[in-house]
Design a binder for this molecule. Structure first.
Ligand SMILES: [Zn+2]
Length: 113
């Protein structure tokens, strides 16, 4: 499963960070998932505990922030939040949009003991 490898990568990254920091236990993990990242939040939340088992992250809370897709219309200059596959300005109908980077999937911070 795609999300299992993402959860594993997330755990590996966090384990490395706490190791460098000299901490032994992680209580919470904050991640950001962009609307176009392709990461399924539910699947990631489901896989995370299994990936964390036996590591410093075991029992840690996974806190997900979903980052919406944002578009700035180059014609009417109004910012909107279009759906990923219907990219059009809802105000003037223009397709001339500047999209935010919603493909991110990253570890933002760790709460350590
Ligand atoms: Zn517009």
């Amino acid at each position: 499963m795609h999300e299992m490898s993402l959860a594993q990568a997330l755990v590996d990254q966090a384990v490395e960070l706490v190791r460098l920091d000299g901490c032994s236990r992680v209580l919470g993990v904050d991640v950001r998932i962009g609307a176009l990242s392709g990461v399924m939040r539910d699947a990631l939340e489901f896989c995370f505990p299994a990936a964390a088992r036996g590591t410093a992250l075991e029992g840690a809370e996974l806190r997900v922030t979903e980052v919406p897709l944002k578009a700035m219309c180059r014609d009417c200059r109004i910012e909107s939040r279009p759906k990923p596959f219907e990219i059009q300005c809802p105000h003037c109908g223009s397709m001339n949009l500047e999209l935010s980077d919603a493909r991110e999937f990253k570890l933002v911070s760790l709460e350590v003991e």
